[in-house]
Design a protein around this ligand. Structure first.
Ligand code: FAD
Ligand code: UDP
Length: 385
C-alpha cells in the first residue's frame, strides 16, 4: 500500500513526506500528537491570538535553499527579531553588543572598551562568551565577566541545570557577544514568521494526493524493528521508514533513557493592550522561568488584549505528558545514543532524521536542509543509514 512511512509530522517529517510524495511515492505520515507541525505548531487561543504552543519559533536563515523551499508553502511576515534581557529591572539588548555596552558602562569607559573590542576582534565580529572570558586583557575580561554573570550564568543554570562551562560550548556560542550595533538576535538575511502561521505552512506542505496523515497515532503501535527487518502491522515492510522521534523510545529505553531538558509553558491572557512592549524578554538574573514571550509582537497581529507565555525548564523524565525538547550533548549521552543506533544497523531502509532522532540541536532551516538532503539521496537510491 505505502512506499514510505514517516514517523513524526514536525519540520523533518513534513519536508521528507512532501519530497517523497512528489517523487511519486505513496507516503504514510504517523504522528502521535493530535496535530501536525511538531514543536513549530501554532494555533489561535481562546482570544483569537496566534500562539506557539511549544515556545516561540522565529524562522531565520542564510540558506537560500531552505528559504526557497518553505516559500513554496507560505508567504512571510518578515522582521528583525530582537530580544532584551531583564537585568535587575533594566532592559538591555541581547546578544550583548556595542549598544548594550553603552547602556551598562559610563560614556568614557564605554568608549575605551569599545575601542579595545574593535581593535582586538574587528567590527562586526562575533565572540563566544567562553572565549571572551579567557582573554589576557583584564579590561576585556571585565566585560566578559559582566556578560557572563548578568546574561549567561543564571539563565543557563535555569535552562540546563548546569553552568555555561559544563554544557556544550556550541550552545552558548549561539548567542555570542557582537562587536556591532546590531540589536537583532539573529544576523541572517531571512528572518520572520510564516504569514499565516507555521501550522498553515505545514498543512500546505502535506496537502498532496500521495500523502496520508494519521494523527493521534503512536507509530510504535504499527511498526516494529527486528534485528534485520521492519514489520508494519505484523508483516515485512520493504519501503523506507523515516523516524523523527527519540531513538531510545523505539526500544523501550532498554539501555536507559537518553537525557533531555524539557519545558513547562505557562500561558496567560491579559485584558490589556500591551504587557512588555517586546516579543521576548529573557530573565537572566532572576525568576524561575527563563523568558516571557508576548506573541502579538512576534506575529505582528493587531488584536485587543495580549497573550504571554513563561518558560520553566526541567529535567525530562519520560513521564506521561512530558516532551523531550533539548538533547543534552556530552560524551556519555552520545555513547548511549550510538548504542541505540547500533540496534538499527542491520535493518535496511530505516533513516533517523530530526532533532530527536539525531539527538542534535537543529534550527528549522538546518532541519529543512537535512530533510532535503536525505530525501535527495533516497530518491537517487544512494543511501543506507
Ligand atoms: P519535532 O518538531 O520535535 O517533531 C517530531 C515529531 O515526531 C513530534 O511531533 C512528535 O510528536 C513525533 N513523534 C515522536 N515519536 C513518535 C512516535 N513514536 N509516533 C508518532 N509520532 C512521533 N528553531 C528555529 O529555527 N527558530 C526558533 O526560534 C526555534 N525556537 C525553538 C524554541 C523551543 C522552545 C524549541 C524546543 C525549539 C526551537 N527551535 C527553533 C527548534 C525547532 O523546534 C526544531 O528545529 C524543529 O522543531 C525540529 O523539527 P523535528 O521535526 O526534528 O522535531
Ligand atoms: N543564553 C543565556 N542567556 C540568554 C540567552 C541565551 O545564557 O539571554 C544561553 C543559554 O544557555 C541558552 C543558549 O545560550 O540555552 C542558547 O540560546 P538560544 O536562544 O539559542 O536557545 P534556544 O532557546 O533557541 O534553544
Amino acid at each position: 500500500m505505502f512506499d514510505s512511512v514517516i514517523i513524526g509530522a514536525g519540520v523533518a517529517g513534513c519536508v521528507a513526506a512532501r519530497e517523497l510524495a512528489e517523487s511519486g511515492k505513496n507516503v504514510l505520515v504517523l504522528e502521535q500528537r493530535d496535530h501536525i507541525g511538531g514543536n513549530c505548531y501554532d494555533e489561535k487561543d481562546g482570544h483569537g491570538i496566534l500562539i506557539h504552543k511549544y515556545g516561540p519559533h522565529i524562522f531565520h536563515t542564510k540558506e537560500q535553499r531552505a528559504y526557497d523551499y518553505l516559500s513554496r508553502f507560505t508567504e512571510w511576515y518578515e522582521f528583525g527579531h530582537e530580544v532584551v534581557a531583564n537585568v535587575h529591572g533594566k532592559l538591555i539588548p541581547v546578544p550583548f553588543n556595542l549598544n548594550t555596552l553603552h547602556m551598562v558602562y559610563k560614556k568614557e569607559e564605554a568608549d575605551i572598551l569599545e575601542k579595545k573590542l574593535v581593535e582586538e576582534f574587528g567590527m562586526e565580529s562575533r565572540v563566544p562568551i567562553l572565549k571572551l572570558r579567557e582573554h589576557q586583557d583584564p579590561q576585556i575580561r571585565q566585560i566578559a565577566d559582566y556578560v557572563y554573570e548578568n546574561i549567561f550564568l543564571h539563565y543557563t543554570m535555569k535552562q540546563w541545570g548546569q553552568t555555561p562551562e559544563e554544557i556544550d560550548p556550541a550552545v552558548t556560542g549561539r548567542v555570542p557577544v557582537l562587536i556591532s550595533y546590531d540589536n537583532r538576535y539573529f544576523q541572517e538575511p531571512y528572518q520572520g514568521m510564516p504569514l499565516n502561521g507555521y501550522t498553515s505552512m505545514f498543512e500546505s506542505m502535506l496537502d498532496h494526493s500521495n500523502i496520508t496523515i494519521e494523527t493521534g497515532t503512536d507509530a510504535r503501535r504499527k511498526l516494529t524493528f527486528t534485528e534485520s527487518q521492519i514489520l508494519f502491522e505484523g508483516g515485512a515492510f520493504e519501503g523506507e521508514v523515516i523516524y523523527t522521534g527519540p531513538v531510545d523510545e523505539l526500544f523501550d529505553c532498554r539501555f536507559g533513557r537518553l537525557p533531555y531538558r524539557s519545558l513547562n509553558f505557562d500561558f496567560e491572557y491579559l485584558d490589556q493592550e500591551d504587557y512588555q512592549g517586546h516579543s521576548v524578554v529573557n530573565y537572566t538574573v532572576s525568576e524561575k522561568f527563563t523568558r516571557i514571550t508576548e506573541f502579538k509582537y512576534l506575529t505582528g497581529q493587531k488584536v485587543p488584549g495580549t497573550t504571554i507565555v513563561r518558560e520553566y525548564p526541567f529535567a525530562y523524565t519520560g513521564a506521561k505528558g512530558e516532551i523531550p525538547y533539548y538533547a543534552i550533548a556530552g560524551d556519555e549521552s552520545r555513547r548511549l545514543y550510538e548504542k541505540y543506533c547500533a540496534l538499527l544497523a542491520g535493518v535496511p531502509n530505516v533513516y533517523l532524521l530530526g532533532r530527536l532522532a539525531e539527538y542534535k540541536y537543529y534550527n528549522i532551516d538546518a532541519m529543512v536542509i537535512k530533510a532535503l538532503e536525505l530525501t535527495d539521496k533516497i530518491k537517487e537510491g544512494r543511501t543506507k543509514v
